[in-house]
Design a protein around this ligand. Structure first.
Ligand SMILES: Nc1ncnc2c1ncn2[C@@H]1O[C@H](COP(=O)(O)OP(=O)(O)OP(=O)(O)O)[C@@H](O)[C@H]1O
Ligand SMILES: [Mg+2]
Length: 226
């Protein structure tokens, strides 16, 4: 299987005032296309830092990141922005929907921002809301939906422009276990039926069995035995 993301000797050091935080140490991982990967570990272990690096939102202090065998760490900021906009989608813990827009409008807005073909926008927005099981909630505003439904709208928006990979930072943290599992199963379906690659962080041990691959972070490194 082809790897979509690969890292080599990744280190991330944060300097804040006199303090130096070695947030990631020598990370060497490979993620295959069409899989669901979970990053787990205690608070402060480096999950968000790693996810931000893989999603080209941040640059490592040392090491390389390859996306489809192209080294993104060596690219100009402009090129990385372009790859991020076209090929990546993001879902966050606190659901960042626009409250004055309906579910449909939120997804449509995401398509506009990524420059999706205008004539095809409506069909794609509807299709994505169907994929996440919310075709009946299309005209609902965020406050008229449950937390799980809102997170599914956020996922519809993240996948709408047909990215190759979705990065999700604790997408289930604000949901109860039942709704959280629904969201993770949705990711699994998207991986299986849309050939998407999903990389997510989680604290929740109940989620692990759905993953194709789990990396445990400890003090910024991948735990032994992995
Ligand atoms: N911008 C920053 N400046 C300084 N230190 C930082 C910065 N971002 C993160 N850190 C530190 O790096 C370490 C890893 O942080 P990170 O946010 O990756 O942890 P996490 O595993 O996502 O934790 P959580 O489960 O609480 O979200 C922590 O010790 C944190 O304090
Ligand atoms: Mg985090």
């Amino acid at each position: 299987m082809a790897s979509i993301i690969r890292t080599a000797g990744l280190n991330r050091i944060f300097q804040s005032g006199r303090d130096t935080v070695h947030a990631l140490r020598n990370i060497n991982i490979s993620i295959e296309k069409g899989t669901l990967t979970m990053l787990r570990g205690r608070s402060g272990s480096g999950k968000t830092t790693l996810l931000n690096l893989l999603g080209a939102l941040d640059q490592p202090s040392e090491g390389k990141i390859f996306f489809n065998d192209m080294e993104i760490t060596g690219m100009s900021e402009e090129t990385r922005d372009e790859i991020r906009r076209k090929s990546m989608g993001f879902v966050f813990q606190s659901i960042a929907l626009i409250s004055q827009m309906t579910a449909y409008e939120n997804v449509d807005f995401g398509l506009r921002v990524t420059g999706y073909e205008p004539d095809a926008r409506e069909e794609r927005a509807v299709k994505c809301l169907e994929l996440v099981g919310l075709d009946k909630r299309m005209r609902h505003f965020p406050h008229e939906m449950s937390g799980g439904e809102q997170q599914r709208v956020a996922i519809a928006r993240a996948i709408a422009h047909k990215p190759e990979v979705i990065f999700a930072d604790e997408p289930t943290a604000e949901l109860d276990t039942h709704m959280g599992l629904q969201v993770v199963k949705l990711f699994k379906d998207l991986v299986e039926y849309e050939c998407l690659t999903v990389v997510m962080t989680t604290h929740d041990p109940n989620m692990m069995e759905v993953a194709n691959q789990v990396f445990t972070l400890e003090d910024g490194g991948i735990a032994d035995g992995q």
